[in-house]
Design a protein around this ligand. Structure first.
Ligand code: GUN
Length: 295
């Protein structure tokens, strides 16, 4: 049997349409246009591509986008000054600092500067803490975009996740940890696996829901999968092909896994579009929360 393909592109498109509708309502009723500021430091080509997509989709959803491109040599204090200016600007609802930052910058210290009410990545201590203590519902807290989008993809296959075994490979603050919190809230039994996990294939074989976020091309093999698992591939890796060509692949050996799983996300076209759509959703949420508006 071949797994169902989880079409992140289509699900994200539907979500973006809903968000655009809500943005239009917010404008009509309250004369508010949510604004997202994206801060890009340096000239990493992959980050430039992501930032361009974020800004384009922000405008397409009817929101305002503001781009700050800062030199890769910027001093920590100047970057912090930029964040403080955005924090103080009443018209800015969301601030996203594109990661990774250059090596000389202390990313944690920069994230700590973000006003949690504008932290649309959900990375600040307050937002991470709210998520960990189950207080990031409709009316408070902002949840990181990629885990939020990944959960939506899982739930597009199956609504009730209660009692399922979920295994996440990867323990980052940006993905693995918040993903675990979200699945815990769905009453899954959650394991976070990582580079030191013993017998990773055996751990993965327990998973009804397997989520791979390691950044290693096609590392997860089909014999690591429990039959009928739901597989979410968060990896985006560029691999070399003959004749100087390249190709994007995920962390899962997709062609083989497709023969074992119940449902699987493609790369590209799976998690990526959901991250962007959830960023728009978080910006809208931040705009409402900051003004105490429920519509
Ligand atoms: N770089 C890769 N993914 C992300 C993300 O979700 N947020 C930010 N700020 N940077 C990223």
């Amino acid at each position: 049997m071949t797994a169902t393909l989880i079409d992140g592109k289509q699900i994200a498109e539907a979500l973006r349409r809903e968000i655009a509708q809500s943005v239009a309502e917010l404008k009509d009723r309250h004369n508010v246009t949510p604004a997202l500021a994206v801060v890009l430091v340096g000239d990493d080509p992959a980050s430039q591509v992501y930032v361009r997509s974020k800004l384009k989709q922000t405008v397409e959803a009817g929101m305002r986008s503001i781009e700050y491109v800062l030199p890769g040599t910027i001093a920590q204090s100047d970057l912090v000054a930029c964040i403080r200016t955005l924090n103080a600007d009443h018209d800015v609802d969301g601030i996203l600092v594109q990661l990774p930052l250059p090596g000389h910058i202390d990313a944690d210290a920069v994230i700590a500067e973000l006003d949690p009410a504008k932290d649309v990545d959900g990375l600040s201590d307050l937002n991470a803490g709210r998520l960990a203590s189950g207080k990031s519902g409709l009316l408070s807290g902002i949840v990181p975009c990629t885990p939020l989008g990944s959960l939506m993809l899982v739930k597009s296959v199956r609504q009730d996740l209660s009692g399922l075994e979920a295994v996440i490979i990867g323990r980052s603050n940006l993905f693995g940890k918040p993903m675990a919190q979200l699945l815990l809230q769905e009453s899954c039994t959650v394991t976070i696996a990582h580079s030191r996990t013993a017998d990773l294939p055996a751990v993965c074989r327990r998973a009804d829901i397997l989520i791979a976020a390691v950044g290693r091309a096609e590392m997860v093999k089909s014999d690591w999968l429990k039959p009928q698992a739901i597989v979410i591939d968060v990896g985006i890796n560029r691999i070399s092909l003959p004749e100087g060509k390249t190709k994007l692949v995920g962390d899962v050996d997709f062609a083989a896994a497709r023969l074992h799983a119940q449902a699987i996300t493609p790369v590209p076209g799976g998690v990526g579009p959901m991250t962007l759509a959830c960023l728009l959703g978080n910006t809208l949420k931040a705009a409402r929360l900051r003004r105490r508006l429920d519509v």
